[in-house]
Design a protein around this ligand. Structure first.
Ligand SMILES: C[S@@+](CC[C@H](N)C(=O)[O-])C[C@H]1O[C@@H](n2cnc3c(N)ncnc32)[C@H](O)[C@@H]1O
Length: 378
């Protein structure tokens, strides 16, 4: 799975377990990113629709959410063998991301160019294409020379960048097959089908995913865009903005999404590093039904652990703090079902979570409870 800021790796087991215990069978993940959470929801037996604005998320969605047992995996392995054996080519990717910038070593960049050109020529179904693109993106991610963001590359080559690019088959995810879209969540909500639950994990702050992962976007679109700056970002990074990344529009975007969402249940992730006050989020959500929430402290993303770097990869500072707080809200129409699902969470579900604070609430009243090893009720 690719490195991704804001990815819910630590929370997936908790969300997956919650989903198993809530009275829901269908869910839409409107800001799916890596699709990690969508995959957890699929494993929990739910029928999942995953959506995101990013082209790379759509490819991941085809590979991990839409792929089902009808996918001919023997053919996929043959195609991966064929792509792995192609002679390297010096194309846009090598020139832009290995010569003009140093995100990847040229021996790997030239293989990316050859493989990506061939994927464009092959006659593929959308799922096959998503599986091959995912395999290529994940292979490139394993040999990159970044801290996990594509705003800058390391001054000295990362040790992993010397390895050879290796295509692997994206593993099938058990559970019912789902569907994928690439839409603005606030537009999609107007035509959303009949879902029992929505999972929402919007961007929290000004950092644009389109800019932070511009190389994956270009690798998927394969449109050889004009670029600017040391990081060779696509020129449309200057104009492509999500309403969730602007302080002046983020609350309006989020609150109008919540108000218009027709699903009876919602699971919402939030982060204390964002624009919004968690109390405002809790008040907004409590208007939709019974509310429970959990706050979890954990280590910030790897880039924050390493420090702050200038565009040439020199360390120029320390980040202000190394832990952040993730908030998870669950909203639904049935207090008894909510209590049952929440109380089914065992302390081991949050084993790598430090100092978790559990509290549950009905409508706007909240009772804070200190979490201890004997469980959320103690
Ligand atoms: C916090 S990340 C989601 C991370 C995801 N839950 C995971 O575990 O990988 C937020 C995502 O929202 C997407 N996004 C930003 N604005 C959007 C919009 N208006 N509609 C849909 N997706 C959007 C970004 O591309 C990004 O992938």
């Amino acid at each position: 799975m690719v490195k991704y800021i804001g990815s819910k790796r630590v929370l997936v087991p908790v969300i997956e377990k919650l989903a198993r215990q809530l009275p829901v069978r269908t869910v839409c993940d409107l800001f799916a990113g890596t699709t990690r959470v969508s995959q957890g929801l699929r494993r929990a037996g739910l029928s999942v629709h995953c959506n995101d604005l990013a082209a790379y998320s759509e490819a991941l969605g085809f590979a991990y959410i839409a792929a089902d047992e009808t996918l001919d995996r023997a053919r996929i392995r043959e195609l991966l063998d064929h792509l792995s054996g192609l002679p390297p080519e010096h194309g846009y990717f090598t020139e832009t991301f290995c010569i003009q910038s140093r995100f990847f070593q040229p021996h790997n960049g030239m293989r990316v160019d050859a493989i990506r050109n061939e994927i464009e020529r092959l006659d593929l179904s959308p799922v096959e294409r998503g599986v091959l693109l995912t395999s290529l993106m994940e292979a490139a991610d394993r040999v990159d020379s970044t801290c996990g963001l594509q705003m800058a590359y390391l001054k000295r080559w990362a040790a992993r960048s010397f390895n050879d690019l290796e295509l692997r088959e994206p593993k099938p995810v058990p559970g019912p097959a789902g569907t994928v879209s690439r839409r603005d969540a606030n537009e999609l909500v107007g035509s959303l089908g009949d879902f029992d639950c929505a999972y929402l994990d919007p961007p929290y702050n000004q950092h644009s995913y389109f800019s932070n992962y511009h190389i994956w976007e270009t690798l998927m679109r394969w449109d050889a865009p004009e670029h600017y700056g040391v990081a060779c970002k696509r020129v449309d990074c200057k104009t492509t903005k999500s309403a969730y990344n602007l302080r002046r529009s983020a609350w309006q975007a989020f609150s109008s999404l919540i108000e218009r969402l027709p699903t009876p249940w919602m699971i919402v992730s939030f982060n204390n590093e964002g624009f919004h006050d968690p109390d405002d989020v809790a008040a907004l959500l409590s208007e939709k039904g019974c509310l429970w929430s959990v706050a979890i402290d954990f280590k910030r993303y790897v880039g924050a652990q390493i420090g702050i770097f200038n565009p040439s990869g020199e360390k120029v500072g320390q980040v202000s703090h190394l832990r952040n707080r993730e908030l998870l809200f669950v909203v639904g129409p049935d207090q008894a079902a909510l209590d049952a699902a929440v109380h089914g969470l065992a302390p081991t579900d949050t084993a790598d979570v430090q100092q978790a604070l559990f509290w549950s609430s009905s409508q706007a009243t909240q009772r804070a409870r200190r979490y201890s090893h004997s469980g959320p009720n103690s």
